[in-house]
Ligand binder design. Sequence first.
Ligand code: IPM
Ligand code: MN
Length: 360
Amino acid sequence: MNKHILVIPGDGIGPEVTQWGKAALEKIAEIFGHEFTFDEALMGHAAIEVTGTPLPDETLEKARKSDAILFGAIGHAKYDNDPSLKVRPEQGLLKIRKELGLYANLRPILLFDELLQASSIKPTILKGTDILFFRELTGDVYFGEKTRSEDRNTASDLMIYHKYEVERIAHKAYAAARQRRGKLCSVDKANVLESSRLWRETVQEIAKQYPDVETSHMFIDNAAMQLIKDPKQFDVVLTANLFGDILTDEASQIAGSMGMLASASVGDGTGFFEPIHGSAHDITGKDLANPLASILSAALMLEISFGLKEEAKTLVDAVDKVLKEGFRTNDIADTTTNRYKVLGTQEMGKLVIKFLTQTV
Ligand code: IPM
Ligand code: MN
């Protein structure tokens, strides 16, 4: 198979981890006889530094021409404490999501048995959890109109949804639920928000087309609680942009660490694959970042964009083997025991590549 992949390392730990997602794709191509070609582009703070804008036209052009995109992370400390800065790295990510029509963000909570101890939740509650989040990605308060009064003392962000936006992601989520355990929980705040009432009505309508899937609805506050209380009750969770952003960070604790979670953003065109973690400036350049989320993002690319199931499984198996043999990065190491061999980013990346050849 011939594929052209655009790598956008981005900011902070992005380049350190993306290097390993890319290396994993190269190794997979070599093992299975595929031809993957790569290009690179700037986005975020890295792009602002060079071009003055977080998403240069050149990056967008390259993105449109590629078969899939592997992205690292976005953000820089200098913007976090200075909300007055007008040009911000995150705008690059939001714009590329909108421009490429990446309206569905799939965030699987993949729980490796080996990491049951790494979570702050009791292993008995966690064991067997397998959730697939569908977070809407190009609507909501993220893209609604923003205002600021002249005296700067009043601000607003419009929370807005159109019916077609709910319909198209609902169809994707239902299709996935059919392939899984046949359960879909839609999360909203329909007791308060009009946009959530539209969301719920629309999901109720679409549900009729999928009578084989068991549909439930939950308010976001309750869902945040249920996720920790009894995560096994969930199969597919469908939710809006902001609720999904918050709920999936919470859910990352089920998988032990943000450093383990991959995501796929898809729509009708090129797919975009990225770890759910951020740029983590506090550990940037210290060889402390966990490259496994980037490697698992590469696995999602193989499966979702290229339909290469066996190749994707080989990658996940290699990650599993690394964990089974007791290798950990700092974020998933249990420092109360010395059972684990703690590795830096580079060593962890190398080991997965090495095991890749052995798991085929
Ligand atoms: C994410 C991130 C982004 C978001 C930020 C960086 C704009 O937190 O991908 O979850 O809020 O969507
Ligand atoms: Mn987020």
